[in-house]
Design a protein around this ligand. Structure first.
Ligand SMILES: Cc1cc2nc3c(=O)[nH]c(=O)nc-3n(C[C@H](O)[C@H](O)[C@H](O)COP(=O)(O)OP(=O)(O)OC[C@H]3O[C@@H](n4cnc5c(N)ncnc54)[C@H](O)[C@@H]3O)c2cc1C
Length: 300
């Protein structure tokens, strides 16, 4: 293959991307997921991650999805894992099973309270917070570990400073990168990146990019996770509830502008929340300068 390229960023670029998927529930969702995985695979992402349902509800499905990525693709999977609803021994067993299945990367999270509970309480005998989970994973085996970070501060944190201290604890416990909660105002992320740097946090903080396809759903989810939805975004989607085609064009434009502006400010790593759809993420990667293997070959 000319220049040894196997797809990905164009020669000379340091761009790196990763893609997040969720484990499918039904046969139709399964088909959609694997279509998306196969479409995005030639872009040679740094890794692809698979989420873990609240309270461990998708434990088997997450494992099966990650295992199939190991077995059937050239991609490097990262399995999300949370502290919720399990003892340390149970979690350590899951971690060992991942290692035995050939998985080498875990995204370690605290998780949200299970349905019906309003506030988080650590499981008796479990890992209390993500920092404890990171340390536990690293004790089991030499995994690469990523953690979550919150440009707008985690909603339960006592202060932005305490949340930054928590991020530092997760990195000190052995994580090597943080992936951010999604955000819509690029300055929210850039200011957070600056605050991390000022606080001496040297690990990469990767922006989590959510291409908006269903605006009403994003509004609902943002209320729970503390991400703000700017007025200008609401105005752009105003009147489009019944017009999926225009919504998709607007969504692509908004996300394209977001990634281009981040790139202008020196961001070279992007994590895409794909929602198991390839099209918008594929287009955004193209805009950023990524090409699948065949195109890089013919351009070389
Ligand atoms: C990139 C990314 C991927 C995600 N994937 C999933 C997923 O697959 N499944 C899922 O269920 N959820 C997922 N989430 C959501 C995540 O579980 C929630 O945001 C959760 O509320 C916090 O998780 P955390 O790992 O950031 O928690 P932590 O880092 O443990 O922090 C949680 C809160 O507790 C505070 N805190 C930390 N330590 C202490 C302490 N010792 N004492 C008191 N307070 C403390 C922190 O400041 C923060 O407010 C994801 C989030 C992100 C950003």
């Amino acid at each position: 293959m000319p220049n040894g390229h196997i797809g990905g960023a164009l020669p000379g670029s340091r761009l790196r991307v990763s893609f997040e998927f969720f484990p499918p529930k039904t046969a139709a969702m399964d088909e959609q997921l694997w279509h998306a995985v196969k479409r995005l695979e030639p872009l040679a992402p740094q890794f692809v991650s698979v989420t873990y349902g609240a309270g461990g509800t998708t434990r088997e499905r997450t494992h099966a999805t990650v295992k199939r990525i190991v077995d059937d693709t050239s991609l490097r999977p990262a399995a999300h894992l949370t502290c919720v609803g399990a003892t340390r021994e149970e979690i350590d067993r899951v971690v060992r099973e991942y290692w035995e299945a050939g998985v080498r990367h875990i995204v370690a999270l605290r998780g949200d309270p299970p349905a019906g509970s309003t506030s988080y309480a650590p499981h008796p005998g479990g890992y209390a917070y993500a920092a404890d989970l990171v340390a536990g994973i690293r004790r089991v085996a030499d995994f690469e570990v990523s953690v979550g970070a919150y440009p707008e501060t985690h909603p339960e944190a006592s202060s932005p400073e305490a949340d930054l201290d928590n991020l530092r604890r997760k990195l000190d416990a052995g994580a090597t990168r943080a992936i951010s909660q999604y955000f819509f105002d690029v300055w929210t992320f850039l200011r957070f990146r600056d605050r991390c740097a000022k606080a001496g946090i040297a690990a990469p903080i990767i922006p989590g990019i959510l291409p908006v396809t269903n605006f009403q759903q994003v509004v609902k989810f943002s209320r729970m996770c503390g991400a703000s939805v700017p007025g200008w975004l609401a105005a752009l989607f105003d009147g489009l509830d019944e017009d999926a085609d225009t919504r998709r064009l607007v969504a692509a434009t908004v996300a394209a502008e977001q990634v281009r502006r981040l790139q202008e400010h020196g961001v070279e790593d992007f994590h895409f929340y794909t929602l198991n759809r390839a099209d918008l993420t594929y287009a955004l990667c193209h805009i950023l300068g990524m090409r699948p293997a065949a195109t890089v070959r013919s351009a070389a």
